[in-house]
Design a protein around this ligand. Structure first.
Ligand SMILES: Nc1nc2c(c(=O)[nH]1)N[C@H]1C(S)=C(S)[C@@H](COP(=O)(O)OP(=O)(O)OC[C@H]3O[C@@H](n4cnc5c(=O)[nH]c(N)nc54)[C@H](O)[C@@H]3O)O[C@H]1N2
Ligand SMILES: Nc1nc2c(c(=O)[nH]1)N[C@H]1C(S)=C(S)[C@@H](COP(=O)(O)OP(=O)(O)OC[C@H]3O[C@@H](n4cnc5c(=O)[nH]c(N)nc54)[C@H](O)[C@@H]3O)O[C@H]1N2
Ligand code: SF4
Ligand SMILES: [Mo]
Length: 753
């Protein structure tokens, strides 16, 4: 049954003028009203989870104030944090459940929408089997919601298939850290960063994507620390780097193996640390032997002298912190890349001591907490493995079921979409995920959703994916339900409820609980409050790696956050992991892992000679559902542009502002050129926060890392040409927008302005 999405016109007619597109200038509302109360909580956007205070008046969020005491950001916020409060009152908020009719959506009563959803899920499971239904979760949800969702999939639906949008984000890092340390969390609290003598940032655009971390980087430099940055683009922080390594997209592994080669060749490895705290060094040393600086330079395009220098700086530093993000991880060898960085950290002994450590910069708001308690396809609460008999027994006991009733591991996020496309999975319940914009190869995603038999969405805005839904259940913003998240540091923090959801929208966990009840599983979901969900989560995680047993909301408030593991009420929490080199493996050793070079899944050739890489800009967030609706943010970077080096531009007769068609083996889109000197001349960059004709994911490919199953967003092959005329979307929108702010502009230093 083909099910075309509703057209924008139809949607606008049915559901107001703001849908799917930001009105000119966007939604702006200033906080003129004095506050009745201030609610100390956190920014809902990125993994920094900055503390802030929401101004509340008459059950509405009307503005914000800084929260100076919260230690991570001390009142500083980036542009998104300053504008986040505009969502609660936004005219696009979904205020009722929506049900699809022949003509479009109509508002429905909750009983009708929930009954229908539960009935369709049950019918499909009866007809095709339990695993014909899949669940998508998200890492912007509070930890309680993600826990509830894992239990819902396995107990209420009994399906194997639940996975989450962190599969597009944190899983290469997580897989590698588990292989090396048996734990998936930053090894250090951010207070270690300013103490480092050398900071190595690889594939992390800290200025735009972790803006508050910039302040830690500058403090490190103020203390005399040296900064090394590896990125195909000169991002804001690299302007102040002591050494910049402009590597070719997808070649990090060669760079990192080259660095380790130099360390070992020059006898700079930390023998004592290697001997006392690690296993597997010899094999890794052997594997990097061929990667002398000349070969590493050939593969990466980075000068051999720079590789030599970086290796010496890192190895000779007493304290070194290595920071990485998706540039390193969004590759079909993302896990190998992270392992190679960890190998370098272990070989130089920069793990488990003050001012040293390697760490991923977590992406989504609850990117950390969202990957700990069971919404991953192979995971049970507490970062336990779904295939570990002891873990199954423990969690089954807490849930009041027999261990045999727990389904086994299911498919990952992209694999679920592949199975929908293949007609094997017939229904999807998706919360906090916008796959039409965020999954690679979006023509494929759209084709899959056109054939799905039932799609249910829980969201507070009508996302592009919701256009394909049979039912849209109007859910809640972060500040509309109490809970916890875990920040980039591994600090568990308290999300306080500021207001109720508006109109007939409902709290996410109420919606999930009501569906469970309608599926006949009410007894397993007796929760009257988030606190009761959290208390069960504490039990379920008890004794696991991510042990929350000793964490309570009150303790979080007293300590301004608690770092897990925290196994007992008296335990203060664990800011630094791998203390004195002790890993989470039973033998306490850290593991070296041999890494092997593989080419990208979409190699450049004569037909597609240019590298395409994708990522972010400071003012937009993820698939843009939230930030494309906020006026002050849209103004900063109104439309996606394709970054091109002047030399590449000139070769194609392209000038700044010209329309450029970018074509890959999947499709093409036409955007305006942003001609900048801050990118490699063999590479173009497109931010991915927009849908349809502006969507970078029309171009990307579905190759996955074989272990983490992360898509290779950072490496595609493309060709470019000057377009004769503007694309359809631009014609409809009117004259081109003024030039966006060039990247490489000074990085924000925070501040609430
Ligand atoms: N403003 C803003 N901030 C965000 C987000 C957002 O959407 N907007 N999202 C949050 C989330 S979920 C995430 S995951 C993080 C992402 O944070 P980052 O990973 O820092 O951001 P990206 O832009 O995805 O990519 C980072 C850098 O990788 C570089 N890169 C591209 N290819 C390669 C390569 O092959 N090797 C290397 N070494 N680098 C490469 C890009 O040029 C880019 O500068 O940001 C979080 N913060
Ligand atoms: N080309 C390319 N593609 C990428 C990336 C890239 O670098 N390049 N990055 C990838 C990465 S790192 C990520 S993390 C993904 C993100 O991709 P997605 O997770 O699909 O993006 P979001 O915009 O977070 O979509 C979340 C949806 O959930 C809703 N939502 C947010 N919070 C809540 C909540 O509390 N409750 C409910 N009910 N709904 C909520 C939002 O309104 C939005 O519609 O994109 C990936 N896609
Ligand atoms: S850095 Fe910006 S987006 Fe991230 S949590 Fe802080 S204020 Fe929010
Ligand atoms: Mo992410």
């Amino acid at each position: 049954m083909a099910k075309p999405p509703l057209s924008p016109d139809e949607l606008a007619r049915r559901y107001g003028p703001h849908l799917n597109e930001t009105p000119a200038g966007g939604w702006q509302q200033e906080s003129r009203h004095p506050a009745e109360r201030l609610v100390k909580t956190h920014c809902c956007f990125c993994g920094q989870q900055c503390g802030l205070q929401l101004k509340v008046r008459e059950n509405r969020v009307t503005g914000f104030e800084p929260w100076e005491e919260f230690p991570f950001n001390k009142g500083m916020l980036c542009p998104k944090g300053v504008k986040r409060y505009l969502q609660n009152e936004h005219p696009d908020r979904l205020l009722d459940p929506l049900m699809r009719t022949e003509q479009g959506f109509r508002a429905a009563a909750w009983d009708e929408a929930l009954d229908f959803t539960a009935r369709r899920l049950r019918e499909i499971q009866e007809k095709y089997g339990k695993d014909a239904v899949a669940v998508y979760g998200g890492a912007s949800l509070t930890t309680e919601k993600t826990y509830l969702l894992g239990k819902f999939a396995r107990v209420a639906l009994g399906t194997r298939h639940i996975d989450y949008n962190g599969r597009l984000c944190m899983v290469s890092a997580g897989t590698a850290y588990k292989l090396a340390f048996n734990v998936d969390r930053s090894l250090i609290p951010w207070s270690e960063i300013p103490k480092a003598q050398v900071l190595f940032a690889i594939g992390a655009n800290i200025g735009d994507c972790a803006p508050i971390t910039t302040d830690y980087v500058w403090r490190c430099r103020d203390n005399g620390g040296r900064l090394i940055v590896a990125d195909p683009r000169m991002t804001p922080i690299s302007r102040n780097a002591d050494l910049f390594l402009p590597l070719r997209p997808g070649t990090d592994l060669a760079l990192l193996m080259g660095l380790l080669h130099v360390v070992i060749r020059d006898g700079l490895e930390n023998r004592e640390f290697i001997q006392s705290h690690t296993t597997g060094f010899e094999e890794v040393a052997e594997s990097v032997r061929p990667y002398d600086p000349r070969r590493a330079a050939e593969e990466t395009g980075v000068a051999p002298e720079s590789i030599e220098k970086a290796a010496r700086w890192i190895a000779r530093a007493e304290r070194c912190v290595m920071l990485h993000a998706r540039g390193l991880e969004h590759q079909s060898k993302g896990v190998e890349n992270v392992l190679a960085l960890i190998n370098l950290a272990l070989a130089t002994g920069h793990v488990g001591k003050e001012g040293s450590g390697c760490t991923m910069i977590t992406g989504q708001g609850n990117g950390q907490g969202g990957r700990e308690h069971g919404q991953k396809c192979d995971q049970l609460p507490g970062q336990r493995s779904l295939t570990d008999p002891a873990a199954r027994e423990h969690v089954a006991r807490v849930w009041g079921i027999a261990p045999e009733e727990l389904p086994g591991p299911g498919l990952t996020a992209q694999e679920i979409m592949n199975a929908i496309h293949a007609g094997e999975i017939k229904a999807l319940l998706s919360i906090c995920f916008n796959p039409v914009v965020s999954l690679p190869d979006s023509n494929f995603t759209r084709a899959a959703l056109e054939r799905i038999e039932f799609l249910g969405i829980i969201d507070f805005f009508l996302s592009e994916t919701a256009h394909y839904a049979d039912v849209v259940l109007a859910g809640s913003l972060q500040e509309e339900e109490e809970g916890v998240t875990a920040s980039v540091e591994g600090r568990v923090i308290h999300i306080r409820k500021a207001v109720d959801p508006p109109g007939n929208a409902r709290q996410d966990s109420w919606i999930v609980g009501e569906l469970a009840r309608r599926l006949g599983k009410a007894q397993y979901f007796p929760f009257q409050s988030t606190r009761e969900i959290f208390d069960e989560l504490r039990e379920a995680s008890r004794g696991g790696i991510a042990d929350y047993y000793g964490i309570t909301y009150e303790k979080i408030d007293r300590q301004l956050g608690v770092f897990w593991p925290c196994p007992s009420p008296e335990h203060p929490g664990t800011p630094r992991l791998i203390e004195n080199g002790r890993s989470f493996f039973p033998d306490g050793k850290c593991r070296f892992n041999v890494t092997q070079w593989r080419p990208s899944g979409d190699p450049v050739d004569e037909q597609f000679p240019v590298y395409l890489t994708t990522g972010r800009v400071v003012s937009q967030y993820l698939s843009g559902t939230q930030t494309r609706r906020i006026g002050g943010l849209v103004a900063i970077y109104p439309e996606p542009r394709v970054e091109i080096h002047p030399r590449l531009a000139e070769a194609h007769g392209i000038r700044d502002g010209d329309w450029v068609t970018v074509t890959t083996r999947r499709g093409e889109i036409t955007l305006q050129a942003l001609v900048v000197r801050t990118i490699r001349p063999d590479t173009v960059f497109i931010p991915y926060h927009w849908p349809d004709g502006r969507s970078a994911n029309r171009l990307t490919h579905r190759t996955l890392d074989p272990r983490s199953k992360i898509p290779e967003y950072k490496v595609s092959a493309c060709r470019i040409r000057k377009a004769e005329r503007p694309p359809e979307w631009a014609v409809q929108k009117g004259p081109p927008q003024p030039r966006a702010q060039a990247p490489g502009a000074p990085a924000p230093r925070g501040g609430t302005g």
